[in-house]
Design a protein around this ligand. Structure first.
Ligand code: PGA
Length: 249
């Protein structure tokens, strides 16, 4: 049985004091969950969030990483920097990074390798656009993104990776994929993993759904056979709402 992993992606939201207040408010509400809970916060909130989350079941992640260890990369953060303060997870290849910051599959692959090198667990996002879905290309696109993202990873590495299936048209739009469509697309990804790493790995790897997850649809989504939790944007900014999502299953 795979566990459910529920990760919040705050994007560019919340100041350090807001992050602390959020964690203090939510911690008692989710203390009995068996699900894994992760909050991916802005860089400036990382240290404060790690402090606030001590003694709770909340793990802290970043939203991006540079693939080099150090050097002349103004404005960037390396895996060793994240690791040094106790960060455990990092989102890689979010569609907003791909779209607004020109991240290619090749860069995503390098970032995943950098994360693993510093013992950070990457949450790797893949997903098709509305147009690609309408043209019947969704499966092909996510298969290709998955394959390119994971290129060169061995069997030991792969199980440290979480994949988030995030159809781009469902992100921040209020339009959620149907449970059937989300489950089907995740099966496509799982099959792709099976082809590369075999059935044992495919059955173990955590694959989340992301895109307008809310407390009202979380239970149905997370109970689907292949959906192992969610990557939650907007709804993870509201403590009550995020707690309800975590406690939905
Ligand atoms: P959303 O964002 O839940 O606001 O749709 C999800 C994401 O971007 O990870």
């Amino acid at each position: 049985m795979r566990k459910k992993v529920i990760a919040g992606n705050w994007k560019m939201n919340k100041l350090p004091n807001e992050a602390i207040n959020f964690i203090e408010e939510i911690a008692p509400k989710i203390k009995n969950t068996e699900n894994e809970v992760i909050l991916c916060v802005p860089y400036i909130d990382l240290f404060y969030s790690l402090m606030a989350a001590q003694g709770t079941n909340i793990k802290i992640g970043a939203q991006n990483i540079h693939f080099e260890e150090k050097g002349a990369y103004t404005g960037e953060i390396s895996g060793s920097m994240l690791k040094s303060i106790g960060v455990q997870y990092v989102i890689v290849g979010h569609s907003e990074r791909r779209q607004y910051f020109a991240e290619t599959d090749e860069i995503v692959n390098k970032k995943i390798k950098a994360a693993l090198k510093y013992e950070l667990n990457p949450i790797v996002c893949v997903g098709e656009t509305k147009q690609q879905r309408e043209q019947g290309l969704a499966s092909k696109v996510i298969e290709e993104q998955t394959k390119k993202a994971l290129e060169g990873l061995d069997e030991e590495d792969i199980l440290k990776v979480i994949i988030a299936y995030e159809p781009i048209w469902a992100i921040g739009t209020g339009e959620t994929a149907t449970v059937e469509d989300a489950n089907e697309s995740i099966k496509v990804i799982r099959n792709q993993i099976e082809q590369i790493y075999g059935k044992g790995v495919a059955e173990k790897i955590i694959i989340q759904y992301g895109g307008s997850v809310k407390s009202t649809n979380a239970k149905e989504l997370f109970n689907a056979s292949d959906i192992d939790g969610g990557l939650v944007g907007g709804a993870s900014l509201i403590p009550e709402e995020f707690a309800n999502i975590i406690n939905a299953v």
